[in-house]
Design a protein around this ligand. Structure first.
Ligand code: BJ8
Length: 430
């Protein structure tokens, strides 16, 4: 891919040499972790193609849009209301933040004892190797966790960054009203950026566009509840990750095409693992591309990951925006209600998340839960205590893994997951 796109990357002020190193490493990792899986659905070809062109063709598409006068908005969190962005004919993309590659650059500036996701994204902007960052006209941050909030102040020196303030008690009336005001302010900011008025008609269309995408991902997720699972957890995760970068309409069509194939697989009783393979949920901090470490290890060890209770997973697509009227206030209120239901550990209390984990455990017939925390993420780490108590009451085993993006602890994680699977096996035999 490199040669073909060098001129484009230069116009985006990228560090070409460093970027080549990143692409080489990514290509090798993708081959060994993803392409090496057995019996993948044929329709995964499209998603493999997207990954192969993720810094090439997709970036060209975004920059063609920009040349046509449209804007690209980058984001890190599913709290960034994408419906409002699309209603102004702009495009939203997830920014790089899932690789260890950029962490050493970030650590020159930031403290080391910080969440790897935050270090990773800041490093990607510093070292100019994320073409999504380089193609963004505006970055949207949010006041979720303290680490992100403070790094956005530094990021704003490198790229225009607009920070949305999210209520930390979103279930209260006060929280919802506060959030509505923030949504209105964000709408005004996007109108200023794009020079376009967001009308009710445009916002309705954008709501439907994103609802369709969420419906497709929900359909895919529901199919993974079957036994044997018709698709691996790693591919399921990968598709959710790609959803933050690909063109929304095309992505929705391709996910639905894949689901058609998976439905046939279910009818034919064709799966990616044995019917009695232990079924796991992974719950916790989000996993951005190319964070495939834990899924890969768990599935290589004989388990099937059937669901991700994650922002790159169920938290993104479980709820839709459902307007109860047609005025601008009705539409914004519907967006408010949908986003207020996202059970992020940054909020308090967050019992909605515990309920969701218990419900997902039943729906996906899981034998155990891997509770996944990125190092130094206090919100997910502490909330793990409540999750563990709730799962214990349901007699569901839980394994807590706290890690970063480096591969140095892979062997240790593998040993722990294998021991966990033995516990599950022992429990089944009883
Ligand atoms: S809605 S989970 S995407 S904030 S960056 S909280 S891992 S210390 S990402 Fe998130 Fe939005 Fe919530 Fe979801 Fe922890 Fe790291 Fe903070 Fe993180």
């Amino acid at each position: 891919m490199a040669e073909k796109y060098v001129e484009m990357w230069k116009t985006l002020d990228m560090d070409i040499e460093k970027h080549n190193q990143l692409l080489n490493g990514l290509g090798q990792y993708y081959t060994s972790a993803v392409l090496s899986q057995k019996n993948r659905p044929k329709k995964m070809d499209y998603f493999d193609f997207v990954v192969s062109e993720v810094h090439g063709l997709r970036i060209k598409e975004l920059n063609d849009l920009r040349k046509a006068g449209k804007k690209v908005v980058g984001a890190f969190c599913i709290y960034a209301p994408e419906e409002i962005v699309y209603a102004a004919d702009a495009t939203m993309v997830g920014l790089c933040g899932g690789a260890d590659f950029s962490v050493p650059d970030a650590e020159v500036v930031l403290p080391r004892s910080l969440c790897p996701l935050i270090k990773s994204f800041y490093g990607f902007k510093l070292n100019r190797t994320c073409p999504y960052f380089q193609s963004s006209d505006l970055v949207v941050g949010e006041t979720t966790c303290d680490g992100k909030k403070k790094v956005y102040e530094l990021l704003n020196k490198l790229v225009p960054t607009y920070v949305i303030e999210v209520p930390h008690k979103p279930d209260t009336q006060q929280g919802k009203e506060f959030w509505l005001k923030e949504l209105k302010a964000f709408k005004a900011e996007i109108e200023k950026l794009t020079g376009k008025e967001i009308t009710t008609e445009k916002l309705n269309q954008a709501i439907e566009l994103i609802n369709d995408k969420r419906r497709a991902l929900r359909r895919l997720s529901d199919l993974r509840a079957n036994s044997p699972a018709p698709i691996s957890g790693l591919d399921g995760l990968l598709i959710n990750q790609i959803g933050f970068m690909d063109d929304v309409r095309r992505f929705t069509v391709k996910v639905n095409d894949l689901c058609d194939e998976l439905e046939q697989r279910v009818i034919d009783n064709e799966g990616v693992a044995k019917e009695d393979a232990p079924r796991l949920m992974i719950s916790g901090s989000p996993m951005a591309v190319p964070n495939w470490k834990v899924h890969s290890i768990a599935e290589e060890s004989g388990a099937t990951v059937t669901v991700e209770e994650s922002c790159v997973g169920t938290r993104y697509f479980t709820d839709l925006v459902e307007p109860k009227g047609t005025t601008m206030k009705d539409l914004l209120w519907a967006i408010d209600e949908k986003y207020s239901k996202i059970p992020c550990a940054c909020f308090t209390p967050n019992d909605r998340r515990i309920d969701s984990i218990k419900q997902l455990a039943k729906q996906f017939k899981v034998d155990g839960v891997i509770y996944y925390t990125l190092q130094n993420c206090h919100d997910y780490n502490v909330e793990g205590v409540k999750v563990e108590r709730a799962l214990k009451a349901q007699d569901l085993p839980m394994l807590k893994i706290e890690t970063d993006y480096a591969m140095g602890d892979s062997a240790q994680i593998k040993t722990r997951i294998e021991a966990f699977l033995e516990i599950i096996q022992g429990k089944r035999e009883h």
